[in-house]
Design a protein around this ligand. Structure first.
Ligand code: SF4
Length: 371
């Protein structure tokens, strides 16, 4: 039996943040109902061709975008459609991404009732000045209110997303934010370095000199001290940017890193059927047009070469505490392993990067790549 995940990309946001390079679009009255109809059609068409009966879906991730902007009844229809068409495990993890200030307590109770059992909340910062730089529309009080309401509504598994490396942010300010988050006792924390992605207004501001990112040494300190702090607070660092209380690792993320199958729905969503990767068109109009002709909105597919598969296993293994299975060792250049020997360890037959060196994961992976 293969465990598998489902990702649904819901691209609507109240407002597009200046640094965001995901496929998103501003929520407008009228475009959501049509999107939901098309998404349900995509699920039905995919189910019609589905022949992986040895799969058990044990995670659904509703991402975006801001998927919690959909009406709760629409989210419930989508979840029920999935339940009716695919083989699920008994207790799937169902995650909803949600932003502070956008949902009522009544919404949260409905999310819980429809089976959503994990929230990924985008705090990003608890400092009003930095939220303003990020053009986020919420304030720190909205973060606290959403977290408390979610707990009161009975959501037992909560992850908080935080950003560091924000223009003007000091290491102390970053660590203070993390400390406040830890005191709230979430089950999971993801911390990401803010980057200026080409094509975003934030990138233009950086290019024009209107804003500047902290220098690389400060960014490095933020990462190292932040990670160490979370590990000291008994969070397991199970990936470069992800920290979990025991047993609260995100099952859906683990599917990606273990290269498990993952069905994907919605514009720009990326899936993997165990052999082939595929991705949908990144356009709401094209997505709707293609589906209205009863075709799947897949833009392209890729079958990885044997060499690329090994490279993916090395990359995912070294970014996580899963490590690289010994079965791959024949394919890895021994000299490269020797070069990084003191940063690596072998445990239960897998090659692992010691957590204190996770910040070097990209560099070491590049050295161990084959081909
Ligand atoms: S809320 Fe999230 S997905 Fe939406 S624009 Fe902002 S960063 Fe992007």
């Amino acid at each position: 039996m293969n465990s598998a995940g489902i990702y649904i990309h819901i691209p609507f946001c109240q407002y597009i943040c200046n640094y965001c390079d995901y496929f998103t679009t501003e929520k407008k009255a009228g475009n959501i109902p049509h999107f939901v109809i098309m998404l349900l059609r995509e699920i039905e068409l995919t189910a019609g061709n589905f022949d992986h009966h040895d799969w058990r879906i044990d995670s659904i991730y509703l991402g975006g975008g801001s998927p919690a902007l959909l009406l709760p009844k629409d989210l419930e229809i989508i979840l029920n459609k999935l339940r009716g068409h695919f083989p699920f495990s008994q207790f799937p993890e169902i995650t909803l991404e949600i932003n502070p200030g956008e949902n009522s307590f009544a919404d949260l109770k409905l999310f819980k009732e429809m089976g959503i059992n994990r929230l990924s909340i985008g705090f990003q910062s608890l400092n009003p000045k930095f939220l303003n730089i990020l053009t986020r529309t919420h304030n720190p009080d909205d973060c606290i209110a959403l977290y408390e309401n979610a707990r009161e509504a009975g959501i037992e598994n909560i992850s908080i997303d935080m950003l560091y490396n924000i223009p003007g942010q000091s290491v102390t300010q970053w660590l203070n934010d993390l400390k406040t988050v830890v005191e709230m006792q979430p089950d999971h924390i993801a911390m990401y370095s803010l980057t200026a992605e080409k094509g975003t207004p934030f990138y233009t501001d950086i290019q024009n000199g209107d804003l500047s990112l902290p220098d690389a040494a400060i960014e490095g300190k933020m990462y190292k001290q932040g990670s160490q702090y979370l590990r000291d607070c008994r969070f397991t660092q199970y990936e470069v940017s992800h920290f979990a209380k025991p047993g609260k690792e995100c099952r859906h993320n683990l599917h990606y890193w273990k290269r498990d199958p993952n069905l994907a729905f919605g514009p720009s969503a990326h899936g993997f059927d165990g052999e082939k990767r595929y991705w949908n068109v990144a356009s709401l109009e094209k997505y709707g047009e293609i589906l209205s002709q009863n075709n799947l909105p897949i833009q392209n597919t890729e079958i990885l070469s044997a060499e690329n598969i090994v490279n993916e296993i090395v990359m995912n293994g070294l970014r996580t505490n899963l490590g690289v299975p010994t079965s791959c060792f024949d394919n890895i250049d021994d000299i490269s392993i020797q070069k990084w020997e003191s940063y690596l360890e072998i445990e239960n037959g897998s090659l692992l990067l010691k957590p204190e060196y996770f910040h070097l994961a990209d560099e070491i992976t590049a050295d161990l790549m084959v081909g």
